[in-house]
Ligand binder design. Sequence first.
Ligand code: SF4
Length: 290
Amino acid sequence: MRQLSDFKGADLVRNVLALIDREKPIHVSLVGGDPLVRYKELEVLLPELDTRKIHTQVVTSAFREIPKEWSRFSRLNVVVSIDGLQPEHDERRKPATYERILRNIAAVKVTIHSRITGNIASRPGYLEEFLRFWSTRPEIERVWFSLFTPQRGATGPEILTPAQRVFVINDLLRLRLQFPILEMQESLIREFHSPPKSPAECIFARTTHTISADLETKITPCQFGGDPDCAQCGCIASMVLAAVGHHRVLGRLTAGNLFQVSNRIGDILGGVKKTFKPLPESKPEPFTIL
Ligand code: SF4
């Protein structure tokens, strides 16, 4: 990442829009670092994305004030990343402390996203306390949780043990009934028991492009890059699409079966096109811009 050159100002806006007009995504996530570092560019970019009717997510630490005017974009979701309760979060995320976040989101509605680590999972009652705190805040539309996703072969206290994973899943199933602000369907939470076995089986990985700050380098095989341990995946987005994939459409036929067939046909047609006719690819897919 340090070797990549990124863009600023008008160049950034122009190049992001060119990429978007080429790829025609239905959803874009702008993540970081922190996209609010380039807030002046965002002020130009967000109206353009709204005009194109693209659903957009800005994932931020809220170290800077979220402009009230952004509320006019009905397809925009501002997601604030929080690393647990105040003591843990403040230590890790300074200067984006709880106090500063609360000040910076005061005029808007946001989604809170928190990643559950092994350290958090080892403390019964932690998630409940977290939800109790954020439930009382009028600025919060919903809370989402992901679980920490390690690379294969990695070790460390952030990685959940199998027992912790089961404990967290059961806790979330209980808490979603107690706290409506926890916007996670039961079917999605249950997907954490058995994540996709590989990137090839992961609908999210296969329908998403993650593009780095130079707007060229693709991060593969999914947004985590490197060699992610799918068996321990905790990405909420991956689980949402896995749950959709397991939805039965007709008899034993699932939406995932239809996706695999459609994707295969798309691959074959794409291959035929490339072989016989050098047309530019225009398959609409959602993707993420880093
Ligand atoms: S999102 Fe999760 S399941 Fe999908 S490829 Fe990445 S690590 Fe694997």
